[in-house]
Design a protein around this ligand. Sequence first.
Ligand SMILES: [Zn+2]
Length: 502
Amino acid sequence: MERLLDMAKKLDEMETNISKLTWVQYTAGYDFGIEEAYKKMNEFLEDKKNYELVLEYKGKDLNPEDKRRVEIVYNMIKPYHLSKELNDLNLEIQKKTNELSMILNTFRFKIDGKEVSSVEIAQILSNEEDRDLRKKAYFARNQINKPLADGGFIDLINLRKEYAKAYGDKNFVEHKLKMNELSPSIFDNWKEDLNPYIDTLNNKRGEYARRFISEEELMPWDGAYVKSKIAPALNTTVDMSKYYDYVRNFFLNFGIDIDKFNITYDIFSRKNKSEWGYNFPIKNGVDSRILANVKNKYHEYGVLLHETGHGVHSFLLDPEEIILNAGVSGIVTEGIANLFGGFLYDELFYKNFFDSSVKEQFEEMQEYEKLDYLRFVGDIFLDHELYKNDIKSLDDIYNLYFKLNGELFGDKPYNEEPPFAYRIHYTTHPIYMHNYFMGDVTCEMLKKVFYKKYNVNSVAEKPKEFGDFLINEVIRPSGLYKYEELFERISGDKFSLKWYLE
Ligand SMILES: [Zn+2]
């Protein structure tokens, strides 16, 4: 396996380099040659000698672990050796995606002619008593739809459709699922599975509408506001200067000491820095970096716990296992991060800031958020519909949007243009959003399996054991198996939404 591992190491170095360059661009706004770095990696992947090496290993009689290693590298390199048409299309898609992400990054929303940041819009949606002002802020987000369409968003959709067809796949959704080692039928039962829970969701939303805004139903511009009413403690001002100690002490409960890991935090806002939250997995087990933008609100610890979860995950992987680590599913990664992010509502973490008087509101919030998260399936499915239907104009997309949300949740269409394009995934990460949702399903499964195995009702009862369970049952074997296989190995059952819903 030596020559294959050598090749994987070279590829890994290029990825590490790209990751470092991206970190600089996101934290300081400088581009020290990202396009050049991508070009170098493309050339490496297109190199016939490298492909032949992988094919040579593919023909060998190997043990199951090595077989899996070869499979992972083969899946990475194969698309670059099928046809010139595919490589040309790939390049065109790459270029168009970059152009459009520039539009997304530089665009600023306006309310009454005045520029507002995404964080400010989120604050209005969460805190503003005046429903009309909230509505105005909500629809400010649709201002990016047209510039993005004018920049070629629909062309990009069509290029991806063309690529999937040239690859020989039914459509781009199936193509992406195949690339991510997921069954093409993975979403088939979602609508039916969700259906019985939509009434519960809508009833709960109606109840909150009457309780907090004296209306019969919640509109999209009421959601964040109502949440701030259910759990006002989330908006409590806290001192963030000691964030590292709180986070470190929390992870010690699980037997994990982040002092031993090389995790860099850049958590306060400044000019030319991205406004969102990320983990940059620079190099597994060697270097992990966290970008966030916090402003002394308790709920922002949720982001720090989630992103630190990614960092911890990276350091619990074996840095020598470069190939297997590349085979870890994005669903597992997000699931583990969400698992730790969820402790925002658990006494194990909130005891640093509150006494048990917040217990009730946090429990109510957690329960409601879990139910309300079902609405995110609307975003996931809209992404699919874009590639399953003929799209000629923004109006075609709006019609799909209203049809889909009508079918899923019984929503009625409104006159304004729905905000959708502001969510960067439609442009930069197509057919990806399910990772977050399925990550949560995975997270629920892990907890249920752990509770049963250790005869407890919460992780907080045996955090050390839970840390060991996570490392041995999930993290260690996670590169060895495709996501659905791993899920079945741990739970003894196939992946389904029932783990989340029941
Ligand atoms: Zn994440």
